[in-house]
Design a protein around this ligand. Structure first.
Ligand code: KG4
Ligand code: ZN
Length: 341
């Protein structure tokens, strides 16, 4: 136990700067979003076709104080009401992380309140609770982002079991690489999502890797088979390729999510991460839950992508369980989700 009181009135300022979103939010009692400000740098990186770490760090420096100010003003509370400052300490880009961590520590020192280091992946697991606090354990979370594709069983707060993960590319990475290959631009996920609306998802039978084989995923063969198909058929419609590729990714994601939920007898199944913004995935996820009699919950797109409300929420739970983080703790680019053995 932490020795400090953490209850449903505890107001946590969350800070997120791990990649290309600069965000600050105030969350009360771990579940109640009082304010949330997010500034995305996507336009700054678009011309380079991906996130440029140095540009990200500099933009966080410019944007973080305005985001914190906005979160506090929107909340309509004085700084003295803030009980703790939680910040992503990893995984992420080291320069980007350091901007948030330095600011969070400075504010915690200035205000005389605890600093809490938050694991960004753990925060994604908590995002759904901010919109549906009635979710119950065991909960299965399908976390699909640019860097991760994981099926996690949340047995309780802080008790996570890895059910499956990608053995090569993350789902979002596959979207980004295929979009770049098709010349659809950056970021690739939304570009494929849009292009696929005009295409036929059954036009090309791309492989569904490892569909019947455990709960792990593989997307690099699919990417290669898209490239081979386009090289062999240069006149193929980009919309058909996008729609068929997207259908192949989504088929595997929803089939395994359903199987994982059934295997652990989950009381709920939720989606998280940037790829959870995908329209086909959102639609198919809900129909698979209905078919399987599983309680499915689809967080809003804002809550699936990087934001600071989820950081404040995870920070509240960590503060309650472990107490404050030492101010000499660092930032950890390769930080992993703490898993049960
Ligand atoms: O979670 P996130 O915002 O950042 C991290 O990777 O941590 O996820 C970004 C990923 C990118 O790969 C992006 O292409 C993908 O999410 N994404 C999508 C969509 N919107 C974002 N993928 C498919 N369909 C979308 N609509
Ligand atoms: Zn993220």
């Amino acid at each position: 136990m932490s020795g400090i009181t953490v209850d449903d009135r505890t107001l946590v300022l969350g800070i997120e700067t791990s990649c290309d979103e600069t965000a600050a939010a105030l969350v009360m009692g771990g579940y109640d979003i009082v304010s949330s400000a997010v500034s995305t740098q996507v336009d700054l990186h678009a011309e380079f076709g991906g996130v440029v770490p140095e540009i990200a760090s500099r933009a966080h420096l410019d944007l973080l104080n305005p985001m914190i100010a906005r979160a506090i003003v929107e909340a309509g509370v004085g700084e003295e009401r803030i009980d703790a400052v939680a910040c992503t300490v990893g995984p992420g880009l080291i320069g980007a992380l350091l901007v948030g961590v330095s600011a969070a520590k400075a504010l915690a020192l200035t205000w005389g309140v605890p600093f809490v280091g938050v694991n960004h992946m753990e925060a994604h697991l908590y995002a759904a609770f901010l919109e549906d606090p009635t979710l119950e354990f065991p909960l299965v979370v399908l976390l699909v982002s640019g860097g991760h594709t994981m099926l996690i069983e949340m047995q309780d707060h802080g008790r996570y079991r890895l059910l499956g993960q990608t053995i090569d590319d993350a789902a979002g990475e596959a979207f980004d690489k295929v979009a770049r290959f098709l010349g659809l631009g950056y970021p690739g996920g939304p570009a494929i999502d849009r292009e696929a609306l005009q295409g036929d998802p059954e036009a090309i039978a791309f492989p569904r890797a490892m569909l019947h084989d455990g709960l792990d995923f593989s997307f690099s063969g699919l990417k290669t088979s898209v490239m081979n198909h386009v090289r062999k058929h240069p006149d193929v419609s980009a919309a058909d390729v996008a729609a068929s590729f997207q259908a192949a990714v989504v088929d595997v994601l929803v089939a395994k999510a359903r199987r994982a939920a059934e295997a652990v007898g989950a009381r709920g199944l939720v989606l998280g991460g940037g790829v959870a913004a995908n329209s086909l995935l959102r639609e198919r996820f809900l129909s698979v839950c209905t078919e399987g009699g599983i309680r499915g919950f689809l967080p809003s797109r804002e809550m699936c992508t990087d934001n600071a409300a989820m950081i404040a929420a995870a920070g509240w739970h960590r503060l309650r369980a472990d107490g404050p983080t030492a101010l000499d703790a660092g930032a950890y680019p390769n930080l992993r989700l703490p898993l049960l053995p």
